[in-house]
Design a protein around this ligand. Sequence first.
Ligand SMILES: C[S@@+](CC[C@H](N)C(=O)[O-])C[C@H]1O[C@@H](n2cnc3c(N)ncnc32)[C@H](O)[C@@H]1O
Length: 243
Amino acid sequence: MNARDWDRLAAAYEAEVCDIFVRDRRNVIGRWLKARGLLRGKRTVLDLGCGIGSFFKLYGRRFGRKTGTDHSRRMLQIAARRCRQVPDCHWQRADAQRLPPALRDYADLVVCSNVITFVSAAACRRAMRETVRAAKPGGWLLFILPALESHDVVVAFETGRPTAQRKRPTAIVRRDDRIQRFYTAAGARQLAAGAGLRSITVRQVWYPWCDEGITRPLRGHEPPWDWCVTARRPRPQASQSAS
Ligand SMILES: C[S@@+](CC[C@H](N)C(=O)[O-])C[C@H]1O[C@@H](n2cnc3c(N)ncnc32)[C@H](O)[C@@H]1O
């Protein structure tokens, strides 16, 4: 999908697309932010591919300077309106695969939620490289990625067929009119490791069945989920040995 496609989707986005920050009913993301001490000390945050600004709307008051980037003008307009009560928010139109140099080494925390889902693996690698560069050395990154295992469970439930057996760590999935890349847990970890990140953790962030259009889930089945990948940008060798 290009910027124009996202512009068109923007108005309906709030109603139509699962907003993982709000739907994270078990507060996996909030608990991680708290445990890492990121909600203290007015840290700098970059939300790359910020969409309608859901991360800042929910957590923005706990941070200092906040920049949301997106390639969709319309998404940024909606984000700015939704976050108008949140202090120190800045919005910038930028391609996730080619961030402006001013955003290098910029943030204590870089959030990149449901953006690295490009069909092209090379585009995913480019966006990962840019995302990592935007964190300060030693800074944290939080990615949300669509989970292939969860998708397979939903499809099995809908079709009554057995759950797919996957050999590859990622796959391209068509859902309604969107085609995007999904990741297994191993694939999510590989993506982060391939970008040179450290302290990588992959967690499930569950969301309600009804977000998948399933109103009567199987009893005892865990709800669908996205992957929450958290990791750290390494410090350069010299400063690492000095610290
Ligand atoms: C699925 S939405 C996620 C929005 C938000 N991060 C969230 O989780 O609520 C994907 C967002 O990434 C943006 N996006 C996709 N490709 C992009 C690119 N190459 N550069 C910048 N933004 C991009 C879209 O415009 C859209 O706002």
